[in-house]
Design a protein around this ligand. Sequence first.
Ligand code: CP
Length: 312
Amino acid sequence: MSLHGRDLVSIRDLSRDEVLSVLDSARKMVPLAEGSRSSDALRGRIVAMAFFEPSTRTRLSFESAVQRLGGRCLTIADAGATSMRKGESLYDTIRMLSSYADAIVIRHPNEGAARLAARASERPVINAGDGAGQHPTQTLLDLATIQEAFGTLTGLKIVLLGDLKYGRTVHSLAYALAEFGSEVILTAPPGLRLPEDHREELRRLGARLSEQSDLRKAVREADVLYVTRIQKERFSDEDEYHAVAGSYRVDAALLEDAKPRMIVMHPLPRAGEIAPDVDGTKHAAYFRQSFLAVPVRMALLTAILGAARRGN
Ligand code: CP
C-alpha cells in the first residue's frame, strides 16, 4: 500500500513491507543526505515543523531532509511565541497550520497529541515524539542503523537499556523488533521497567521478550545495545528521579566482553549513560545513527508527499 497522503503516528501504522520500502529508499538517498548529489523531489512543497518540546536531531534532520530535497519549512520551535500563549488550542493551531503547509511534523510533551493533530489536520501528520508515547521516525532510523550494520533485522538479540517506562523511542522500537523477529532483552533500573500494557501487547504479537538485570550479562549476549537516557522531564516526583539517576553507565571497559560486531546505539541526547571513551571503540554506532536520520526522513517525506512534478 502507498504511503502517499498518510499520517504516521505510531510505528504500528506501517506494515513490515512499508518499513522495508522506506529503508530501501533511504539507502539510495544517502548521497543526497551527504550533499554529494542533489534532488528537487520536494520542490514547491512546504513542511511545517510544529515542535512544542525541545529537539536538536529530530527537528534539524527533518529540516535538512526537506531542504536538501528542494522543499521549504515553516517552523514553530517555541510554543511561547505562538498564539497558544493567548489560549489557542492545539487542535486549532494544527488545523490552521495545515492550510499553510503540505505536511506537519509534530513533537509535543503529551502522549496522544500527535493523534489529535492528525484528526485536526487536513494534511498528513508525522509524529516526531509525543510524551512517553511513540517516536516512529526514530524507529525507522534505528532500524536503518541495525540493517546497515547486520544486513538484516531478523534473528538478532537487542538489549534495550535504561528508562523503558518513559522512553518513547523504545516503546516504538520494541514493536518493530517484534514484527521483524528479533529478540528483545529488557534491562532497566527498578521503577523504570517497560510498562505492563506494552509487555502484554508485545507478547500478544508474539514478541520474544526477556529481562536481564545484570548489565554485564546483557552486554555479552547483545548484538545491539540500545541505550536510553532517563527521561527526567517526565518525572512528576523529583525524589523518584534521584532514586534512579546515574544507576547505569556504559563505558569502554564494560564492552570488553562484547561480541566483536556488537553495536552500541542511543537516540541521543546522552546525559552520562554512555561514557565518552566508548566513542572511539568499534562498537559506537550512535553518531552514524543520528546521520541516518536525514536519508530516512527524506525517504519518508518523499513517500508521504510524492515527488514534485516537473515544470510546476
Ligand atoms: N533522538 C531525538 O529525538 O533527539 P532530539 O530530542 O534532539 O530530537
